[in-house]
Design a protein around this ligand. Structure first.
Ligand SMILES: Nc1ncnc2c1ncn2[C@@H]1O[C@H](COP(=O)(O)OP(=O)(O)OP(=O)(O)O)[C@@H](O)[C@H]1O
Ligand SMILES: [Mg+2]
Length: 122
């Protein structure tokens, strides 16, 4: 059960390994992290250091290879993709650097919503 003292986000021993035909990439190794309600956290590091991989796992867009992830006290590390989508829908908000909402070129081509396309996606 969660209460106000339960960390909102708790990672323990998170690992993420990407496998391709030639390469095995250890993007995250043994990550422990706690974020409490109301905390403002930024993640910094070199290119290729695993920031996007970590955010994808925190946001339930991807699953860790190993480790435990408790979101508001509930284990979410091993949920299926559709279960992750349900939790994401209810508990997580993303603001993407690219908004990923509307493709302005497609809109221009069709001649629709011209004015809107000037304000979105740049
Ligand atoms: N889908 C994937 N398949 C294979 N390797 C991947 C995949 N995603 C990330 N990687 C590898 O995992 C490592 C971490 O990548 P990640 O994108 O998380 O780094 P980053 O810190 O976000 O980098 P940047 O600052 O350039 O955005 C890199 O070596 C990257 O090549
Ligand atoms: Mg990145």
């Amino acid at each position: 059960m969660s209460n106000d003292r339960t960390p909102l986000i708790q990672l323990q021993g998170i690992r993420k390994i990407f496998y391709t035909e030639e390469l095995e990439t250890h993007a995250l190794s043994d990550i422990d992290l706690q974020i409490r309600r109301g905390e403002y956290v930024s993640i910094a590091g070199p290119s290729g250091g695993g920031k996007t991989t970590l955010l994808s796992i925190l946001g339930l867009l991807d699953a860790p290879s190993e480790g435990e992830y408790l979101l508001d006290g509930e284990s979410v590390a091993t949920l299926s993709a559709s279960e992750r989508a349900r939790v994401r829908n209810r508990q997580i908000g993303f603001v993407f650097q690219a908004f990923n909402l509307i493709r302005p070129h497609g809109l221009r081509k069709r001649g629709a919503a011209l004015d809107l396309s000037r304000h979105v996606g740049r």
